[in-house]
Design a protein around this ligand. Structure first.
Ligand SMILES: N[C@@H](CCC[C@H](N)C(=O)O)C(=O)O
Length: 257
């Protein structure tokens, strides 16, 4: 089976052109292909499929083979893939697990419109919101020294989130007038990733409400820079949310199962 490998700020994905809809892999096979020692290696696995009324459909799996909720960086990478295949040119409209998305394509970046966000909830001394995927956000200090794996894992498995199948966990620190550094423990990868698109989106909204940062919020991650722009505020909720940053092909090949 032919595969493509893409990355967006270090969040990396195996992508299959499944427009013929012949894909038929098990959860274990996807997990194996995403393994960084025994497989190709990736944070996630995606299919590009045909969809009536849209340029394409995005089907997303986490690296453990589970069906993921929305993946912001994955969406940006799939739009780049669709452009590389010639399916779209400057603008893309696709359907994902959380609903329709629009994206704008430039040579060095993809801007992806995210779903509207009704509110950001207080969760103890931290915050929670859903940007297509569930995200816990904690404002911290000395973020570069933080034990994101163990702290993130504890919150991800906390009883507070048990009924909703856990959460992704983000740690943020202001590192400029209108910018934050974000580190994320991802559910379904069960580890820290270099960047998480829905996570930095949630983090930008928390930074707006709690640190008074304004749209567009600039984001630094371990894998590079993103920006999040939005309309709205704490009282009204948020719409016209755009996640912008690089997304590119890394390599392609034949996979053996
Ligand atoms: N890396 C993604 C988030 C993927 C979804 C997540 N792991 C989940 O299922 O909760 C992103 O860029 O948004």
């Amino acid at each position: 089976m032919h595969f493509f490998k893409y990355q967006g700020t270090g969040n990396d994905f195996i992508i299959i052109d499944d427009r013929t809809q012949t894909f038929n892999l098990t959860k274990e096979q996807i997990n194996h292909l995403c393994h960084r020692r025994f497989g190709i290696g990736a944070d996630g696995f995606m299919l590009l499929q045909n969809a009536d009324g849209y340029d394409f459909a995005m089907v997303y799996y986490n690296s453990d083979g589970s069906h993921g909720t929305m993946c912001g960086n994955g969406g940006r990478c799939l739009v780049r893939f669709a452009a590389d295949l010639g399916i779209v040119k400057n603008v893309a409209n696709f359907i994902a697990v959380d609903g329709p998305h629009e994206a704008f394509i430039e040579p060095d970046k993809i801007s992806l419109k995210m779903q509207d966000v009704k509110n950001v909830a207080q969760q103890g001394k931290d915050f929670f919101t859903n940007t297509g995927s569930p995200h816990h956000v904690s404002i911290c200090e000395n973020i570069k020294e933080l034990d994101v794996f163990n702290l993130g894992k504890e919150i991800r498995h906390s009883s507070i989130y048990a009924s909703q199948n856990g959460t992704n966990v983000n740690f943020i620190e202001q590192n400029g007038t209108n910018s934050i550094f974000v580190r994320t423990f991802e559910r379904g990868v069960e580890d820290e990733t270099y960047s998480c698109g829905t996570g930095v989106t949630a983090s930008a909204l928390v930074a707006h409400e709690q640190l008074n940062l304004q749209s567009p919020v600039e984001i630094e991650t371990l894998g590079g820079d993103l920006s999040v722009k939005f309309n709205g505020n704490k009282a009204t909720g948020y719409k016209d949310i755009f996640l912008t940053g690089p997304a590119m092909r890394v390599f392609q090949g034949e996979m053996r199962l």
